[in-house]
Design a protein around this ligand. Structure first.
Ligand code: FAD
Ligand code: FES
Length: 274
């Protein structure tokens, strides 16, 4: 099974229809596009740029967190954390402001084989691409378990939405212990030990040391494990090579051939070691 790329991306001049603060550093951005961009797979992303902004020349990549129409989306939602210049600018944009959108980019998460239990693991902003995947898989006849971790309770920004999804079991971890188990989200993997076994598909997104720990866990148990690897990106279309990922089969552009990879194919960088 290969990650799926569906439609050809193209640049559109969208308009911001909502930019809602969700806690001090987090925002939900809703963009309306002048025309649909075709089907979107959870795990795909967009490059966003502010027109005529001289401070920030390069567009920034963001996972498509929600969209209006599975067949032909023209409303895209993003969830972002303010971490630097670009996201600080995005934070200040008001409704009606134009924004350049290149989407949909990359490959989405593949389906899970029949009969497999599904385990989602999100660390911090890793929730952004996993939430639409949960929505797509919520009617699965097989057990769905979600491990959601963040630094603190206030960083579990998607928890209310997640709690509204019927049929999934959610387990929380926070590094400061303000909600759920105290510690990093991979600490929760011990809860899976009893049931473990090969017939599990893991979908994970978060910081690279977290993904490496999840990959090790999956490899030891021969589980199928798909990760979204969020490397620095400049073009989003395979032209600049700033996002290359070393895999067992050579170097791959994360923007075009990822960001979803099967974890067993990745050769991890030293800084991914937990
Ligand atoms: C495919 C993909 C999907 C993403 N989806 C989301 C999302 O849904 N929500 C969200 O908040 N962020 C997401 N990111 C990360 C987001 O692109 C960066 O946070 C953003 O580009 C930072 O821009 P900036 O100008 O504010 O920060 P900068 O000033 O460029 O950088 C500030 C700090 O953030 C770090 N940083 C920048 N980009 C990344 C990155 N890709 N990964 C890790 N650290 C980074 C820099 O090293 C630096 O320390 C995604 C990244 C990728 C590659
Ligand atoms: S971001 Fe330019 S090649 Fe991937």
């Amino acid at each position: 099974m290969e990650p799926k790329a569906m439609s050809r991306p193209f640049y559109l001049r969208g308009e911001i229809t909502e930019n809602k603060e969700m806690g001090s550093l987090y925002h939900r951005l809703r963009i309306s596009l002048p025309q649909p961009v075709g089907p979107i797979m959870p795990g795909q992303f967009a490059m966003l740029s502010i027109e005529e902004n001289k401070d920030i020349i390069l567009p920034r990549p963001f996972s498509i967190h929600d969209f209006d129409n599975g067949e032909d989306a023209s409303r895209l939602d993003f969830l972002f954390k303010v971490v630097g210049k670009g996201t600080e600018l995005l934070r200040k944009l008001s409704v009606g402001f134009p924004i350049k959108v290149l989407a949909p980019l990359g490959k989405g998460f593949p389906d899970t084989p029949p009969g497999y239990k599904i385990l989602f693991i999100a660390g911090g902003m890793g929730i952004a691409p996993l939430f639409p995947l949960v929505l797509r898989m919520r009617k699965s006849p097989y057990p769905l378990h979600f491990f959601y971790g963040a630094k603190s309770q206030k960083d579990l920004i998607c928890l209310p939405e997640l709690l509204n999804v019927e049929g999934i079991t959610i387990t929380i971890a926070t590094e400061d212990g303000t909600s759920g188990e105290k510690g990093v989200v991979t600490k929760l993997l011990k809860h899976d030990e009893d049931e473990g076994g090969a017939k599990t598909t893991i979908y994970a997104c978060g910081p690279e040391p977290m993904l490496k720990a999840v990959a090790d866990f999956a490899a030891e148990r021969k589980m199928l494990c798909w990760i979204s690897l969020e490397r620095l990106m400049a073009c989003g279309v395979g032209a600049c090579l700033s996002c290359v990922v070393k895999t067992k089969e050579g170097y791959r552009c994360s923007c075009r051939e990822g960001p979803i990879f099967e974890s067993k194919d990745i050769t991890w960088r030293d800084d991914a070691k937990p």
